[in-house]
Structures are given as C-alpha cells and as structure tokens.
Design a protein around this ligand. Structure first.
Ligand SMILES: C[S@@+](CC[C@H](N)C(=O)[O-])C[C@H]1O[C@@H](n2cnc3c(N)ncnc32)[C@H](O)[C@@H]1O
Length: 216
C-alpha cells in the first residue's frame, strides 16, 4: 500500500539534522525552525502523531479546507493546522491556555479562537460555518464520543472526523483497550460515524487512540 499523502502545506524537511514534519508559520511552542518552516512535534501533538504513523487523515490543505478543532488548548496543534488549511475554528473552554491561543492567532488570520465548551455546540453554532471539511477533536474530558457526536452537525456529508481518544479522561482505573472499544461502539451508532481507520498512538502518546471516521 502506498503512503497516504501529506496535506498541501505540510512537508517532511530536515530540521536540526532530523527529518521532521513541518509547516510554514510563526513558531508557537519553542519548536525548531528552518527559515519559515517550523517543526511539528508528534510528541506534543496527536494529529502530528497520526500523520507520522501514516494514518490516512483525508486532510488536503489549502485555503478552501475548513476545520473545526475542539480542545485547542494553547494552540500547539491548531496553529500547525491553520498554517496549511483555510478557516480554522478553535474551541477551548479553559481561559489560561486560551490566552496563548489568542497569541498564536495574532499572526494567523485564518485561525478563529472560541472560548467555548465543546459539549455545548449550540453556543458557537452562530459563528462556525456549516459543512466544515474536517472536525478535529482532542478534548481531555469524559464522554469524548458524545462530544464528537454532538459536533457532527457542523461536518459536511463527505467530511472527516479526526479524533484522539484519551483513555484516562474516561476512566483512569480501566483497561484502555476496553475504553477504546466502547468509544468506537458509541461513535458507530446509526446516525453517528463510520470508522475508517483507528490506531493506537502509543509511540508518541500513552493510552491514546487515533480515529479517522466519516459521517454515516
Ligand atoms: C490534551 S489538551 C489539547 C491539546 C491540543 N489539542 C494540542 O494538541 O495542542 C485537551 C484540552 O481540552 C480542553 N477541554 C476539555 N474539555 C473541554 C470542553 N468541554 N470544551 C472545550 N475544551 C475542553 C482542555 O481545557 C485542554 O486544553
């Protein structure tokens, strides 16, 4: 099988003597740079890990690709996304990381930070355009499948969900494998998602599962 292609605007480049995923933009988290290119650290980013592991995210990149990103924190990953995609709506409910997120948005006119709760999509429905191409979710909260299902309303019929599931956010005492199976089942309800690919992100993030899915 051939390697899935990287989105336009994401390249493998030699930075600091290592082959690294990279995007073009202002640095955000002290990552090494080479000219206008900034390294994308997969140990700090679940989406970066999914790309490093060769998962077929369906991301294309370019000005026309719209993204809704849930759990933006201080902007580590979503800043890379806004470097290569079009309008990128970044939802984060904690005020402290959101301050850094605003800073990351300063040099990125296509990045729109929203200080909102991803469990209450109706609170940002008036801002986020409908039919977004990609819904990316990395929220450290219980009920991660529910959040993905509730935000499906924003996703185009042929769009993609890129979900990072953190087992410990659901239950620290249980086996991650069992939790991942439950999340997959919860997503796969009739009006939910069809899972296209899922892979443990263990090499970069302990007890996390990466999922690529599309609306049913
Ligand atoms: C693992 S961090 C995200 C890291 C980020 N995605 C990155 O790669 O740069 C999880 C984030 O989810 C946020 N979060 C948790 N529950 C949330 C909710 N209901 N709505 C919005 N953000 C939430 C937390 O405040 C935290 O910043």
């Amino acid at each position: 099988m051939s390697e899935p292609v990287l989105p336009e605007g994401v390249e493998r480049r030699s930075i600091d003597g290592n082959e690294r995923l990279a995007t073009r933009g202002e640095p955000v988290y002290g990552e090494p740079t080479d000219g206008e290119w900034r390294a994308w650290n997969p140990n700090r980013s679940k989406l970066g890990a999914m790309l490093e592991l060769g998962m077929d995210t369906g991301l294309e990149g370019g000005d026309d690709e719209t993204v809704l990103y849930l759990g933006a924190a201080s902007g580590t990953t979503v800043s890379h996304v806004a470097d290569f995609a079009g309008p990128t709506y970044a939802v984060e409910f904690a005020a402290r990381p959101a301050r850094d997120l605003l800073e990351a948005a300063d040099s990125r006119p296509r990045l729109f930070p929203l200080l909102k709760d991803a469990r209450k999509p109706e609170s940002y429905a008036h801002v986020v355009e409908s039919d977004v191409d990609v819904l990316i979710q990395d929220v450290a909260t219980r009920g991660q499948a529910r959040v993905a299902l509730e935000n499906k309303r924003f996703l185009a019929e042929d769009g993609r969900l890129l979900l990072a599931v953190k087992a410990r956010s659901e239950d620290v005492t249980r086996d991650p494998g069992e939790i991942f199976a439950e999340v997959r089942d919860a997503l796969s309800v009739a009006d939910g998602y069809e899972i296209l690919e899922s892979e443990r992100l263990e090499a970069y993030h302990a007890d996390h599962l990466g999922i690529v899915a599309r609306p049913r």
